[in-house]
Design a binder for this molecule. Structure first.
Ligand code: SAM
Length: 299
């Protein structure tokens, strides 16, 4: 073996992290490759400590001694389930009720009054929260709908809430939130649309009430996989998920939203994201990180 090869071989075997579980460059690259292939998540080169801290609990749960054995499991047929657990562990699920409040203000002022008339005429109203995490975002959309249309639950109005991570979807589906999660929800809104549920380690908990719950449907959906829905959606919120993807994947997903949006449909994206590339000619930038589908060019 040439000395260059020997040294690159040694590099691959050298530990990137020497903690409880050694993590080599090869292990890291295999894990990053799976995150990209299965979920579009671009870990790049420098996220070894994030990977270590997110996955160490998986290794402990599986009684494994190092990342090498974990990677061997991931590459075997019986590792399919663990690949999903791994992707779920690597996703960032941070969210809040009424996060980036200007989007909900925009919706209430510019979108929902018309959608309320539409719903009252019997036509369907559909809004998609794509990458919804544990439900705070789709319930915030539903609460905004209830503010302009208190009888929305008895109309043909639905918020589709999708995410790749089954753990957060279970939380959204259960609809139980603690006092600190509920902080951004005004008291009168809480009292009208939630019910006290009991207590947990951090204090009081609340459950979404029946009318609020009826408006939101949770489904597992991988944004880089096939989308079974046909739309049209009057609005799509896809915030703070695509920042973890490569630019070309972001553009492709925005481009796939275009044929699913109703005429003049709105697209809301995250605070550190900006629409660019092949999707941008289809949209007018209406307000900060808020886009409106242009009339004219069809997708
Ligand atoms: C930071 S949270 C954003 C939640 C919410 N949209 C917000 O802004 O508060 C990102 C979410 O994207 C989800 N996610 C990551 N990759 C995904 C993919 N390929 N398909 C669907 N959801 C994905 C994660 O599971 C996570 O719940």
């Amino acid at each position: 073996m040439s000395s260059a090869l020997a040294s690159s071989g040694r590099n691959r075997e050298a530990s990137l992290i020497d903690g409880e579980f050694p993590l080599t460059r090869d292990d890291y690259q295999q894990i990053a490759g799976i995150a990209y292939a299965d979920a579009g998540i671009d870990l790049g080169e420098g996220k070894a400590s994030l990977v270590y801290s997110r996955l160490a609990k998986r290794l402990r749960a599986l009684h494994m001694e190092n990342f090498r054995s974990y990677c061997q499991l991931l590459s075997r047929e019986e590792g399919v389930e663990e690949r999903q657990q791994m992707v779920a562990a690597l996703t960032t699920n941070v969210t809040r009720f009424f996060r980036e409040p200007h989007h909900f203000e925009h919706m209430r002022a510019n979108v929902l009054p018309q959608l309320a008339s539409r719903a009252r005429s019997g036509a369907p109203v559909r809004i998609w929260s794509a990458a919804c995490s544990s439900g705070e975002e789709p319930y915030s959309i539903a609460l905004s709908i209830l503010a302009v249309m208190p009888d929305a639950a008895s109309r043909n109005v639905r918020v589709l809430a999708t995410d790749i991570d089954p753990n957060v979807l279970r939380k959204g589906d259960a609809g139980i939130y603690g006092e600190s999660a509920m902080e951004p929800v005004p008291k009168e809104v809480r009292q009208r649309w939630f019910v006290p549920h009991g207590t947990d380690h951090s204090g009081k908990t609340w459950r979404v009430g029946d009318d609020l719950r009826k408006l939101v449907v949770f489904r597992k959906l991988n944004l880089i996989g096939p989308w079974p829905m046909r739309g049209p959606f009057q609005a799509i919120m896809c915030r703070n998920a695509l920042i973890y993807f490569k630019e070309e994947t972001q553009v492709e997903i925005w481009r796939r939203f275009v044929p699913l949006l109703a005429p003049a449909g709105r697209l809301y994206i995250g605070h550190s994201e900006r629409l660019f590339g092949a999707a941008s000619p289809f949209f007018t930038n209406e307000a900060i990180t808020t886009y409106r589908l242009k009339e004219g060019p069809s997708a």
